[in-house]
Design a protein around this ligand. Sequence first.
Ligand SMILES: Cc1cc2nc3c(=O)[nH]c(=O)nc-3n(C[C@H](O)[C@H](O)[C@H](O)COP(=O)(O)OP(=O)(O)OC[C@H]3O[C@@H](n4cnc5c(N)ncnc54)[C@H](O)[C@@H]3O)c2cc1C
Ligand code: FES
Ligand code: FES
Length: 485
Amino acid sequence: MATIAFLLNGAPQRCDVAPDTSILTLLREHLAQTGTKEGCASGDCGACTVAIGELTAGTQAFNSANACITPAHQLQGRHLVTVEGLSEKGHLHPAQEAMIECHGSQCGFCTPGIVMSLFTLHNDLTQRPAPLTPERLEATLGGNLCRCTGYRPIRDAALQMQAIPYQRPQWYDAALPTTENDAQVIDLAGSTAFFAQPTSLKELTQLRQTAPQARLVAGGTDLWLESTQRLANLDQLIDVSRVAELLTVEEATFETQTGWWVGAGVTYTQLEPLFDAHFPAFAHLLHRLGSQQIRNRGTLGGNIANASPIGDTPPVLLALDAQVELASVNGKRYLALEDFFLDYKKTALAADEVVSRIFIPRLPESRQLRVWKLSKRREDDISALLCAFSYRLEQNTLHDVRLALGGMAAIPKRAYDVEAALEGQPVSKAAFRAAQQALAHDFQPMNDVRGSQAYRQQAAANLLERLYLSLSVPNQEVMLHAYAH
Ligand SMILES: Cc1cc2nc3c(=O)[nH]c(=O)nc-3n(C[C@H](O)[C@H](O)[C@H](O)COP(=O)(O)OP(=O)(O)OC[C@H]3O[C@@H](n4cnc5c(N)ncnc54)[C@H](O)[C@@H]3O)c2cc1C
Ligand code: FES
Ligand code: FES
C-alpha cells in the first residue's frame, strides 16, 4: 500500500491505497463520499469530475479532473475538492445555486460533475477576472455530458453564477500537507505490488532499470483505461508526475535549431501559453484535444510514448521536425521523432528508458503551420484523421514542405511522396492533383469505427484541397469558422 496525505475539502486525510486505486474508488469505497458519480469510467462523461488544488506561484489553483481515471496516489500533498465540500454553513456555492435557479438539473446524475467544473471556472474567474467568452465556457463544460436536462439551462447557470454573492469557505486557506516521504518509493516486501513516486530523473532512471516491468504513469489518461476498461492489473507503477526534470519548459538551442525543450510530464494545460504565443495552429488543436479535465492531466510525453496512430500531437510534432530525448542510467540519447515510431504501438524506447523531454523547434516567420483534425464530435473526441502541414511560401512557390498524418497508418507518419509532389511547385491545381494522387503511395489506411479506408483516403485528399483553396485565395475562409479546425 502507498500511504498518501492530502486534504479532502479542507480536512487532512491519510490513507493507505493499492497502487491501482483511482480517486473515484478512494472516494466512494474507502471514504464513503458518494457525491462523486461514476458514469463511463473512461474519462468521457465528466460525472466523476473533482477539483484538485495545488500551489502554483504561491496560490492554490484548482483544476478539474476525471476521478475515474486519476490515480489516487497523485493526491499526495494536494487538495481534493468534491461536491460535498462546496457549501458552507448552509450556503450553497454560486455554481450550485445558479444550477437550481436556472433549472440546470433533472435526474441529477451528471450534476455533481457539472457543478465541480463550474466551481473551477468560478474560482479561476475570481482569481483572474476576465470576460467569460463562449470559448472559455465551452472549454469548461466540454467534458461534461448531460443526457436529460439539455445544455441551455446549464450554460445559463454558468453565466449567472458570477453575480451571486459568495463567501469563500474557511477550507480554502487550509495548508497543504507536506509531501515528506509518504508516497515516495514503496517496495512491498513479500508481494508483487510495487509503487514509486520519484522526484528526480536520476531516481526515475534507476527505478526504470531495477523494475523495467513496472508501468510508467504520467497523467494516466491513457494508461488508466487499461484498468477501468480492460480490467488489467496496474499493481506495479512508477509515477513520473513529480520528476522535476520532466516538468520544465526551457527555451534552448539544439544542434543548429532554436526552440523549446518541453518536459515529457508537462500537461496540455501547462503548454497553452507557449503554444498561444508561438504555435497558434497547435494551440487551436489543443482546444479540441480531449476535454478540460483531460488537458489538465494528459501530458505531451504520454501522448508520444503511447504511440497511438490517432494521437493528436505526433503529426504536428513531425511536421515541426521535433526531437525526443530518451534517458536511462547510461545517459541520454536523441532521436528525430519520426525515428521513434516503429510500428503499431511499438517505439524505439528501450525497456530501461523513459521519454524525458521533447524539443520543438521555433517556427520561423517565413514558415506556416496548418493543423486540421477530423472527428465525429467537435468536443472531447479522438481524431479519425489529423493532418499537419508546414511549409514556406516564397513567390507563390512551396518550399521545405513537411506533411504528417495521423489515422492513416499504424503509426503517425510523414507523407514523403506528397511532400515530393509539392516541393518547389507553384500553388496550382496541377501540383495539388499530383499531391492527392501521391497520397495512395504513402498510405493504405485502416478501416475502423472512426472511419473506413475509403473515407480516410478521401478525407485526406480533401484536406489537401482545403490547403490548396486557402493558399490560392489568401484569407479565404474555406469552412464556417466554428468547424474550421
Ligand atoms: C476522454 C479522453 C479523451 C481523449 N482525447 C484525446 C484526444 O483528443 N487526442 C489525443 O491525442 N489523445 C486523447 N486522449 C488520450 C490521452 O489523453 C493522451 O494520449 C495523453 O496525452 C496521454 O498522456 P498521459 O500523461 O495521461 O499518459 P499516461 O496515460 O500516463 O501514459 C500513456 C502511456 O505512456 C507511457 N508513458 C507516460 N509517460 C512516459 C514517459 N515519460 N516515458 C515513457 N513512457 C511514458 C505510459 O507508461 C503509458 O503506456 C483522450 C483520453 C481520454 C480518456
Ligand atoms: S465516470 Fe465518466 S468521466 Fe469518469
Ligand atoms: S440531469 Fe440527468 S444526465 Fe444531466
